[in-house]
Design a protein around this ligand. Structure first.
Ligand code: PGA
Length: 233
């Protein structure tokens, strides 16, 4: 499996800023080798459609940062899995700690969202921390968990520059394996172009927030990731 490198822009960037970012990336990613990596861009909902022509041309994938816990229908303001699928979205983040904290999202809702995403043909990337892993596992039935990607995001590492130690990431990966079986496993939390190589030694990819906001920095990170070795279990 190629390493998944996801740029999560969160609620940043106007349309004009997003376009400038993509122009920079298009120019400098000309010679970017994608044989070992799949770059995935997760902009705000409102930017997905305008990012699409460029991500398609670059052979990158699109992800959404969330989706509605309801199916398509009369749910004003919601963005359903079907809405996302029609925009060529291949992945969706569910249960990011910021969703759990600020939007009071529960593990049960996260499980429902993952189910709806899978039904629409979108792969859910389920974000968990030490605080939410056990609860999330009990909200999932085994067959659902096996079709998800799990991302370990320790709260203290998100947006702080205090990235987790490699040892703690490996330890968490073992816990995930016990609970969910062999599922693709990502790490997120202060990942940058300097430390991404290390994390890719023990994971299937990285979730990148801050270091994805500047186009040049993200390209450097992708180049480092591309040159890296396969995961060790
Ligand atoms: P960060 O964010 O890279 O800024 O720590 C990661 C995330 O929240 O996914």
């Amino acid at each position: 499996m190629k390493k998944l490198i996801i740029g999560n822009w969160k609620a940043n960037k106007s349309l004009a800023q997003a376009q400038t970012w993509l122009e920079t990336v298009s120019i400098s990613s000309n010679r970017l080798d994608l044989s070992n990596i799949t770059p995935i861009l997760a902009p705000a909902f409102s930017l997905l459609d305008s990012m699409r022509p460029v991500t398609t041309e670059l052979n990158w994938q699109l992800a959404a940062q969330d989706l509605s816990p309801f199916p398509a229908g009369s749910y004003t303001g919601a963005i359903s899995a079907i809405n996302l699928k029609s925009l060529s979205v291949s992945y969706v983040l569910v249960g990011h700690s910021e969703r759990r904290q600020y939007f009071k999202e529960t593990s049960q809702e996260v499980a429902t969202k993952a189910e709806l995403a899978l039904e629409a043909g979108i792969t859910p990337i389920v974000c968990v921390s030490n605080l939410t892993l056990a609860e999330q596992a009990s909200a999932f039935d085994v067959s659902l968990a096996k079709r998800c990607i799990i991302a370990y995001e320790p709260l203290e590492a998100i947006g702080t520059g205090n990235e987790a130690s490699l040892g703690s990431v490996k330890e968490f990966k073992n816990k995930v394996k016990l609970l969910f079986g062999e599922v693709p496993f990502l790490y997120g939390g202060s990942v940058d172009e300097l430390n991404v190589g290390e994390y890719l030694l023990v994971t299937d990819g990285a979730l990148v927030g801050t270091a994805s906001l500047k186009a040049e920095q993200f390209i450097n990170l992708l180049k480092t990731a591309q040159g890296d070795k396969p995961a060790v279990t």
